[in-house]
Design a binder for this molecule. Structure first.
Ligand code: AP5
Ligand code: MG
Length: 198
């Protein structure tokens, strides 16, 4: 069992690398962005609130976001025991502290944080490309600029938080999907004792 956080700027490849990690390590995937987009698509009350933040590139307030994640974990109690990739959560120090408590309550913890580090020009290129290909609503230049600004001010401090906890794996997120996955794989195998024993 392994609980991973996949961390990085918008467009850094969290979703893409999560797919590889799921098939390689047999983990489950919780993407808070996908949970929210599903609510928006279904027109729920939460979806309406989420849309008002996502469309501006802002974060959903911590107390609401923490309740949403707690609800996902309560609805799927087996996930944490099997191992989860948390994609897009936490995004603030308060969310990181809440995740620690949520997992401790369930007899578990975050084992490692995979931090995808990608140059900003490349992030913008990837998101504009996806915007054209899929029509994802927040992949337009104005919203992308806000998302990056929010990342630098509110989410980046988490890097030091997890370095302090000895859990941060800095991964060069430039290059091909396979090359990046190889770096993640090697770093986890070198530094996560649960994997070395497996
Ligand atoms: P979320 O859905 O988490 O979006 P994000 O963090 O902005 O990240 P993305 O999903 O855009 O990128 P990614 O890192 O997953 O990259 P991907 O693999 O897709 O959140 C959306 C919004 O929801 C937030 O802005 C916020 O409003 C709200 N929200 C969510 N969680 C929240 C929380 N915890 N608290 C508060 N608010 C929250 O790759 C991007 C593109 O690049 C793809 O097209 C992909 O095919 C391509 N690509 C990937 N890897 C490569 C590569 N190596 N080379 C070339 N192209 C590549
Ligand atoms: Mg994503």
């Amino acid at each position: 069992m392994l609980n991973l956080v996949i961390f990085g700027a918008p467009g850094s490849g969290k979703g893409t690398q999560s797919e590889r990690l799921i098939s390689h390590f047999g983990l489950h995937h919780i993407s808070t962005g996908e949970v929210l987009r599903d609510h928006i698509a279904r027109g729920t009350e939460l979806g309406k609130i989420a849309d008002s933040y996502i469309s501006k590139g802002q974060l959903i307030p911590d107390d609401l976001m923490i309740r949403v994640l707690e609800h996902v974990l309560d609805a799927n109690p087996e996930l944490v025991q099997k191992g989860v990739i948390f994609d897009g959560f936490p995004r603030t120090i308060d969310q990181a502290k809440a995740l620690k408590e949520m997992l401790a309550k369930r007899g578990s913890r975050v084992h490692a944080v995979v931090g995808l580090e990608v140059e900003e020009d490349e992030l913008v290129r990837r998101m504009l490309n996806r915007g054209k290909e899929t029509g994802r609503a927040d992949d337009n230049l104005d919203t992308i600029k806000n998302r990056l600004q929010v990342y630098h001010t509110q989410t980046c401090p988490l890097r030091d938080y997890y370095i302090g906890e000895g859990k941060y794996h800095a991964i060069d997120g430039n290059g091909s999907v396979d090359e990046i996955f190889g770096r993640i794989h090697d770093s986890l195998h070198q530094r996560v004792p649960e994997l070395a024993e497996a």
